[in-house]
Design a protein around this ligand. Sequence first.
Ligand code: SAM
Ligand code: SF4
Length: 294
Amino acid sequence: MANHDTLGKSAFILLTGLCNKNCYFCFNHNVDQALLKNRINLGNLPKLIDDLSHSRIESLIITGGEPLMNMDLLELAIRKAKDSGMSVSVDSNGTLLNRSIIDRLEDSELDYLYLSSHFLKTINQEILKCASEKLSLRVIHIITKHNVNQLGDFVDFLKQYKIGFPTLNPVFLYRDHKNYEDQSLSNLKDDDLQNVMEVIKQVYWKNNLDFPTLLKDFYLGRNASFPTYCHMGEADLVIYSNGDVYPCFHRRDLYAGNVFDDDFQIIMQKNQDFAAHTKAAKCFGEHCLSHFTN
Ligand SMILES: C[S@@+](CC[C@H](N)C(=O)[O-])C[C@H]1O[C@@H](n2cnc3c(N)ncnc32)[C@H](O)[C@@H]1O
Ligand code: SF4
């Protein structure tokens, strides 16, 4: 889901499948809902993190659902992973942030809190300021046809809170989604697309990123800068809240096993074997563009 600074050998874990929001675009609407059943709990989480640590996972990216909905579980996950020497980041919609949660995240020594941009302006300003002072905040910005032209203003808004350039995540919608026509960048006319890319370029060039080139090539249908290597396919794994493991959020055809039902070493071996299908990034597409932000 994001370009996390912690990449090495990473485990993405949906700590809970529950969410307090219902974003029209959410990836989770398209997955088999059985994957979002909550099987991770305070009792089985420590062993799971030990298993990951013994498999030389260097970073844990906690996502969901909304991880802040279960603070006891989240705090345990962060503390345990930090004790095991991993770097830890959390993806959140930010809507449940309050001073007590911010303090708990700070005390647990979380490395990065990645806030999704879609609710950012609804968060109480004092709370956002407090979070930006006590935590290392990053922002993942879903871009759509409608908000892309305000990208410069959005970056200025983030600066007020000393938050740097957001990771850009072009909204991924299937063609038959009711908001596809209205929101997706995929069906922009060439002239409009050029304008959009100019906006992105103006903002991002200043930050010396070459992500705009990748975006531009992608939406113009050129493959010159397409990646030929994918870290999700080689080094990473995704654990759903029911315990099912896949090498990537978008390769659910490659099932490696269930951390609560199967032998952990066999799961890891299967996941590693899948790299033959995935690491050359042949499945690269709009759904994973933000993984290639650098
Ligand atoms: C599924 S959410 C879970 C964490 C948390 N609830 C949140 O919204 O940040 C993880 C990330 O996926 C992104 N995401 C979800 N659906 C998406 C889509 N269709 N296209 C692009 N990014 C998407 C969200 O913006 C968020 O950054
Ligand atoms: S807040 Fe996150 S998990 Fe919840 S619906 Fe939105 S994108 Fe999905």
